[in-house]
Design a protein around this ligand. Sequence first.
Ligand code: SF4
Length: 423
Amino acid sequence: MNTVKYWITTYGCQMNKSDSERIASVLENMNYRKASNLDDANLILVNACSIRQSAIDRIWGQTKIISKLKKKNPNIKAVLTGCVLKKDRIKFYGRFDLVLDIKDLPKLPKFLGIPKKTTEDNYLRIKPKYASRFSAQVPIMTGCNNFCSYCAVPYTRGREISRSAKEIICEVKNLVNGGYKEIWLLGENVNSFKSEGINFPELLKKINAIKGNFWIRFTSPHPKDFSDELIETIASSEKMAEYINLPIQSGDNTILKKMRRPYTVKGYKILLKKIREAIPGVAISTDVIVGFPGETKKNFENTKKLFKELKFDMAYIAQYSSRAGTAASLLKDNVSHSEKEKRHRILTDILRETAAKNNKEYEGKTVEVLVDDSKNGFMSGKTRTFKTARFKGKPGLIGKFVEVKIIEALPWGLKSELCKTKN
Ligand code: SF4
């Protein structure tokens, strides 16, 4: 029998990427092998996200490619999985051979007509086929109980479930022993983790105590669960990288309320001040939505003001798009596309300035970098603060810690010179 070759197309957040590592593991356990490209595959999986309309558009794009490939080879099978709303899934029935809830991943062999090879029923317990050999994504919880009015996650992933703390610690130990240098702890609401009587700060302390030379990062925290205990833990754990993504979503209290975000702008500012005081040099990124239904020019002015005041290092700016089934989908999407584009541009311009100013602080300094890429004789990697440093070097440095001297700060990166290779 010919080997089945698979191809996984992944859209969305780090959680989806981590899920794709588990899908690959299940398929390889069935002796399926990764195809060299999409055209060469006889099993195509689309691990999608339906958080924004643009993500749905991309699934439609994939269906067109799949139907062309199926015309050439009718034996090709296509599976849709991931964070896709029920209402969106229905649209894709008939275009895929199978629409699979990611929680049903252990049943995939059965759906494909292969005798079950795993006895594992909890998909998060499936050992992933890690895509990187030095940076690993470790989901510690999944789902969300918050029901922000614009968000599909509580409907696609369900309520919060935390993984066993023991299993997480065991996975991280194995990764570190296997030479991994960076551990990303993942969860839609990562800091509400609670399992076996252990909360998120306590889990961080236990992971920090694991012997080895590695960094710990996490995403995505909710401001409401960002406790003093968590701030103190980050500040006192030497392996915790000094980078925090703290989603604000809007700089206007009326809009925050409509978004069902349970904090005020003042509360967010107090929290950020505490974090910056406790963790010197910490870099802060945020997530923000422009053009939420009913967002007036005045509401947006408040977000603009906040961006100038809080001087973020990075921001993931999204233009609002309605998702069927969410509370916000009942509101009129009344900010025009061009106005959303304009607001997006304005925040990007402010961010460019604040990020450039923050990066200036790095000029002349020597910092540690985990090298992750190489292009045209230049290497790039991330500092502990998640800034991208670029420098001349050899591809053999990928996956290693190095020391670089920062020569010039740019808004989105740091021009550097290699000083020392560490390991
Ligand atoms: S906390 Fe995050 S994942 Fe949960 S509903 Fe809000 S935006 Fe979605």
